[in-house]
Design a protein around this ligand. Structure first.
Ligand code: UT7
Length: 326
C-alpha cells in the first residue's frame, strides 16, 4: 500500500508587506531584495492570528478537496518552528479548533524542511495501514520571530500555511515514493533562534540582545543549500530509478529564487517545470512546500501519474527531497 495526497490547501493572511514598505523600516531597497532573492512581497499574520489559525484555514481547504470531515482524521502532523506555544504542540491546538477528537497529533521541528519531514512520518503510518486519514500541515508565523530592524533577515520571511491530506491507495502507479532526509547538526550556528529555549530562558538581557529572533549567516546557508538540494533530489529519484529528466513538476522550498534556479540548473530541469511563488510570499519555512504544491495543484498542473519532485532545506541544517507519482 502507498499513501496518496488526496487533498491540498493553503492560506495566507490578508495583510501584505511590500518591498516598498520595508524601505521605510530598514536600510534596504526593492532592487536589492528582488535581485538577491526574487521576493517582492510577503503576507503578515494579524495580531489575533496565531500559527494554528493559519493552519486551520489551510486544513479546511485540503479536507474539502479530499471529501473528508475533520472528525475523519486519524493523525495530524504539523511541521512548524513558530507554534502557538512552547507546549503543547501546535497540532493539538489545530485538532481542538478543527473539533477532531479521534486523531493522535504531534509537531515536527525541522525548520524549512519541516513539512517534508512531517510528510515522511505520516507516510509511514498511512502506507503501513496504521492509520487511514492523515493530515500533514506546514505552518509558520515567522513575523513573530523576525527582528524587524535587521535588514539581513527581515526582508526574507513571510507567514502562511499549507496542508495535505494523505490516504492509502492500492493503485501502484500512484502515491508517495521515496523521501530522503538529511541533517547536519554541526551547522546549527548558521541559522537559529538562540534565545527562549532551555539554553537561555527568556530574560531581560536576552530580549535586549534580540536573541529571541532568527539569526542567520545567509551566505553560509546559501552555499550549503544548493549542493544539498541537488544531491538529495538525485538520491530520492535514484531510489525509483528515475533521473531528473523524468520529473514532470518540481515543488521546491521557496527561500530564494537564486537557490532554486541554481538547483534546477545543476539538475538540468527547465525552470518552467518549477512552480514559483517566492515573489508573493517570501520564505514561509515549513509552509512553503505544501503551499506551493497546493497552488500548482489548483492551477491544474498535477495530473495522475506525474512525477512530482519536492525538496527543501532549512535550519539544522535539515534537508531532503521526495518523489510522488501524483
Ligand atoms: O530557508 C532556508 C533558510 N534561508 C535561506 O535559504 C537563505 C539563504 N541565503 C540567501 O538567500 C542570501 O544569502 C541572502 C539573500 C540572505 C543574502 O544575499 P547575499 O547575496 O548572500 O548577500 P550578502 O549577505 O553577502 O550581503 C551582500 C551585501 C552586504 O553588504 P556589504 O557587506 O557587501 O557592504 C550586506 O550588508 O548586501 C548587504 N545587505 C543588504 N542590502 C540591502 C544585506 N541585506 C540587505 C538588504 N538590503 N536587505
Amino acid at each position: 500500500m502507498r499513501s496518496l495526497i488526496t487533498g491540498t490547501g493553503s492560506y495566507v493572511p490578508e495583510k501584505i508587506l511590500t518591498n516598498a514598505d520595508l524601505e521605510k523600516m530598514v536600510e534596504t531597497n526593492d532592487q536589492w531584495i528582488v535581485e538577491r532573492t526574487g521576493i517582492k512581497e510577503r503576507h503578515i499574520a494579524a495580531p489575533e492570528q496565531a500559527s494554528s489559525d493559519l493552519a486551520v484555514e489551510a486544513s479546511k481547504k485540503a479536507l474539502e478537496m479530499a471529501g473528508l470531515k475533520a472528525e475523519d482524521l486519524d493523525l495530524i502532523v504539523v511541521g512548524t518552528i513558530s507554534p502557538d506555544y512552547q507546549f503543547p504542540s501546535c497540532a493539538a491546538v489545530v485538532q481542538g479548533k478543527l473539533g477532531n477528537k479521534k486523531a493522535f497529533v504531534f509537531d515536527v521541528s525541522a525548520a524549512c524542511a519541516g513539512s517534508l519531514y512531517a510528510l515522511s512520518v505520516a507516510d509511514r503510518f498511512v502506507a503501513t495501514g496504521a492509520v487511514r486519514n492523515a493530515l500533514v500541515i506546514g505552518v509558520e508565523t515567522l513575523s513573530r520571530i523576525t527582528d524587524w530592524t535587521d535588514r539581513n533577515t527581515c526582508v526574507l520571511f513571510g507567514d502562511g500555511a499549507g496542508a495535505m491530506v494523505l490516504q492509502p491507495t492500492e493503485d501502484d502507479r500512484r502515491g508517495l515514493r521515496s523521501i530522503k532526509l538529511h541533517t547536519d547538526g554541526s551547522l546549527v550556528p548558521i541559522l537559529l533562534m538562540p534565545g527562549g529555549g532551555s539554553k537561555e530562558p527568556i530574560n531581560q538581557a536576552l530580549i535586549d540582545a534580540k536573541s529571541h529572533y532568527v539569526k542567520m549567516n545567509g551566505r553560509e546557508v546559501f552555499k550549503v543549500a544548493v549542493r544539498a538540494l541537488d544531491d538529495s533530489c538525485r538520491e530520492a529519484l535514484a531510489v525509483e530509478k528515475l533521473s531528473p529528466s523524468d520529473v514532470t513538476w518540481v515543488c521546491a522550498h521557496q527561500a530564494n529564487k537564486r537557490i532554486i534556479d541554481a538547483t534546477l540548473e545543476r539538475l538540468g530541469i527547465p525552470q518552467e517545470k518549477c512552480w514559483m511563488n517566492v515573489h508573493k510570499y517570501g520564505n514561509t519555512s515549513s509552509a512553503s512546500v505544501p503551499m506551493t504544491l497546493d497552488e500548482a495543484n489548483r492551477a491544474g498542473w498535477l495530473k495522475p501519474g506525474d512525477v512530482v519532485l519536492m525538496t527543501a532545506i532549512g535550519a539544522g541544517m535539515a534537508w531532503g527531497a521526495g518523489v510522488i507519482r501524483w
